[in-house]
Design a protein around this ligand. Structure first.
Ligand code: NAD
Length: 347
């Protein structure tokens, strides 16, 4: 029973769908639409059990409500999951069936890409529904916008900490040179930051280090680097019991989702005087461009909106200082004030 699952948080709707012809088994979770239609990516993953898929859609859709609200977007939170292996189970028929499923909700849920889906997959869904964003005819791959948003967020946190947002000679450790991390590292290098980088993919590390003259360290040691900023841009839970006491950086700001292994780690960082940029707020650049998509989509105008992440970060850290409360708790409060406030107005 979904209502008794721990991760159920008064979600507005959880909709299940099966299409036997294509093999599609999918769930759409709509957490909250007080601020607008629920937007969030479509994840395709070989979940071991259906319960796992339900839990994921509950958690991810709730997270999108907070992300849209903290970013000031007129959107609610939703997410969809397809149960299946994206490498072997994906087909045009399955993606089009997913498009029809999305369309059946008449725009209450709008999809975009996520783990296991690509711009091409969204193009296939788009053939069946206008409620598929991040397509090749629209805002496309969100990673450059995410990188640019993290860069703006870093500038704001640096200004808060050091009194200037000039990144020249600021020392940054970039953990993960993937789609976002590589782009972020390039932006930082162009501003004259001194970089130390790592990735488990040595080709990417070599390419970056050769082009920009960055120092290189191992994935095991990156969090210990003697730097001003640690930018986690790989996987989640990199801030944990083992890494936290070894961090020398004054600021942690990167794109990875769910960086804190547990919520207490955020309090620990706050008590150690390390400024932690709440992940879902600093990595919202891709969402901003997807949200801006429409008939008159302009990449330049969308990127100007992404710059707003600078102001969001400033607001979070100013309030964090004022209330002497960890920034991720402040971010949650700010988001709740917006979407819960919206419910009160509508009631
Ligand atoms: P990606 O898969 O392109 O890049 C991740 C990189 O991290 C890869 O190069 C991988 O080799 C590397 N990596 C994996 N484990 C590592 C380790 N232990 N140490 C060092 N490097 C390691 O993914 P991405 O799209 O660049 O996303 C990066 C992070 O940002 C993810 O957590 C993602 O959820 C989050 N995020 C991405 C976007 C986006 O627009 N792409 C938006 C919001 C959040």
């Amino acid at each position: 029973m979904v209502f008794s699952i721990d991760d159920y948080d008064d979600h507005e709707a959880i909709v299940f769908h099966q299409d036997r012809n294509s093999g599609l088994k999918a769930i759409i979770g709509i957490h909250n639409t007080a601020l607008g239609p629920a937007l969030g990516g479509c994840r395709m993953w070989p979940y071991a059990t259906e319960d796992e898929a339900v839990t994921d859609v509950l958690r991810l859709s709730r997270g999108m409500t907070y992300k849209a609200a903290i970013t000031g977007l007129p959107l609610g939170g939703g997410k969809s999951v397809i149960i299946g292996d994206p490498r072997t189970d994906k087909s045009s028929a399955l993606l089009r069936a997913m498009g029809r499923f999305i369309n059946s909700l008449d725009g209450r849920y709008i999809s975009a890409e996520d783990v296991g889906t690509t711009v091409a997959d969204l193009d296939a869904m788009r053939k069946e529904t206008p409620y598929a964003r991040g397509t090749s005819g629209g805002s496309g791959n969100p990673s450059p916008a995410t990188a640019f948003g993290v860069y703006q967020g870093i500038r704001a946190v640096v200004k808060h900490r050091f009194g200037t947002d000039d990144l020249k000679d600021i020392r940054v450790a970039v953990q993960g040179l993937g789609n976002v991390g590589y782009g972020l590292a390039e932006l930082l290098a162009k501003d004259g930051a001194q970089l130390v980088v790592t990735d488990i993919n040595t080709d990417r590390v070599k390419a970056f280090a050769e082009q920009y003259g960055a120092a290189v360290t191992s994935p095991e040691d990156i969090h210990k680097a003697d730097v001003d900023i640690l930018a986690p841009c790989a996987l989640g839970a990199s801030l944990n019991d083992q890494t936290l006491p070894e961090i020398k950086a004054a600021i942690i700001a990167g794109s990875a989702n769910n960086q804190l292994a547990r919520p207490e780690h955020g309090i620990d960082l706050h008590e150690r005087g390390i400024l932690y940029a709440p992940d879902y707020a600093i990595n919202a650049g891709g969402l901003v461009t997807v949200a801006a998509e429409g008939a008159d989509y302009s990449e330049t105008a969308a990127m100007e909106k992404v710059e707003g992440i600078y102001d969001t970060m400033t607001e979070i850290f100013t309030r964090s200082d004022r209330e002497n409360t960890a920034p991720e708790i402040i971010a949650d409060r700010m988001a709740e004030e917006r979407f819960k406030g919206a419910i009160k107005v509508a009631a």
